[in-house]
Design a protein around this ligand. Structure first.
Ligand SMILES: [Zn+2]
Ligand SMILES: [Zn+2]
Length: 320
């Protein structure tokens, strides 16, 4: 007798709990330009560093750069409804950057107050993004049909609108602009983009995955905030071919420091830590990444953490 009652009580509690975000930032003010790291990790299934994802709040819009593992949880952890994401911009199609897409797309369609998307799922990304969404629509066809027939969910809110991008301005709404920057992730890994977001004479540049890129430097010039990926491994691992391949597709701490020195942002932030380990050889730590980057850059710099927020003002970037 007790057990069914317990189950009933816990499921009621569960129903209410699901509708509550874990923490809330105050909502943005007009003119505010806010950037939040939703995930700063790599493919490693970490509980503290989720997959790559950066939330931009500016000009009344919510833009998401990449949707790695756990971005959906992080968005609601901020108290932001999943349905409020106006557009997602994909840097490239490596799985760690898109594995969170079906969750955001499908869960964002549901009726509870954490979701409630009213309109299509809007996605920008490189060539291949449309094919990815076509595949997801096929993979989740049963769920989509069932929820329309059974729950009466609106078909128009599960539709996706995909724009495959080339370098240059890809999104413009009033004073909010997103520019795709061609980066160099490797000869077999094209196309790959970084994104620069400009709003009201302020800007942030997000590297995506890239080797040291002069083109990224050129287009990041004048950005208040730079968010850059980083990869490293201990000396003993550098000869292992599999490690070499991965490091060759990314930027080292020293190279990132050189890039920061050239761009001179008001703040440089590391995210998407690709810190490789081997048998008996631990990964380079974040502290060591910081020290290595200090060899080539002496300006303001932060090791990014999930849910770190930055407010971009005219003359400074405030970390919250
Ligand atoms: Zn990649
Ligand atoms: Zn990556």
């Amino acid at each position: 007798m007790l057990r069914p009652l317990f189950i009933l009580l816990t499921s009621i509690a569960g129903f209410f709990a699901q509708a509550q975000a874990q923490s809330k930032l105050p909502s943005t003010q007009p003119q505010e330009f806010r950037v939040t790291l939703l995930g700063t990790g790599s493919p490693t299934p970490s509980m503290t560093r989720f997959g790559p994802g950066v939330l931009i709040q500016a000009g009344g819009k919510h833009l998401l750069i990449d949707s790695g593992r756990g971005t959906t949880q992080r968005i609601w952890q901020l108290g932001i409804k999943l349905g409020l994401i106006d557009a997602v911009f994909i840097t490239h199609l490596h799985s760690d950057h898109v594995v969170g897409l079906p969750d955001l797309w499908l869960t964002g369609w549901l009726e509870p107050n954490y979701a409630q998307r009213n309109g299509p799922f809007v996605l920008y990304g490189p060539k291949g993004t449309q094919q990815l969404m076509n595949g997801l629509e096929q993979a989740y066809e049963w769920d989509i049909k069932a929820r329309i027939a059974d729950q009466g969910l609106k078909p128009e809110n599960i539709k996706s609108v995909v724009t495959e991008v080339n370098k240059g301005v890809v999104y413009k709404k009033d004073r909010l602009t997103v520019t795709a920057i061609e980066v160099d992730h490797g000869d077999l890994l094209k196309p790959a983009f970084g994104y620069r977001i400009d709003y009201d004479n302020r800007s942030v540049t997000i590297s995506g995955d890239t080797r040291y890129s002069e083109n990224l430097i050129k287009h990041a010039m004048g950005s208040n905030l730079i968010i850059h990926q980083v990869a490293a491994a201990k000396e003993a691992l550098l000869k292992i071919p599999a490690i070499k391949v991965i490091l060759d597709h990314h930027t080292s701490p020293e190279e990132a420091g050189t890039l920061f020195s050239k761009v001179k942002p008001q703040l440089a932030v590391f995210y998407h830590f690709v810190l490789l380990a081997g048998p008996g050889i631990p990964p380079v730590t974040e502290k060591e990444v910081f020290e290595l980057a200090r060899k080539t850059y002496s300006g303001p710099m932060v090791i990014g953490e999930d849910l770190m927020t930055f407010q971009i003002e005219k003359d400074k970037v405030i970390q919250k």
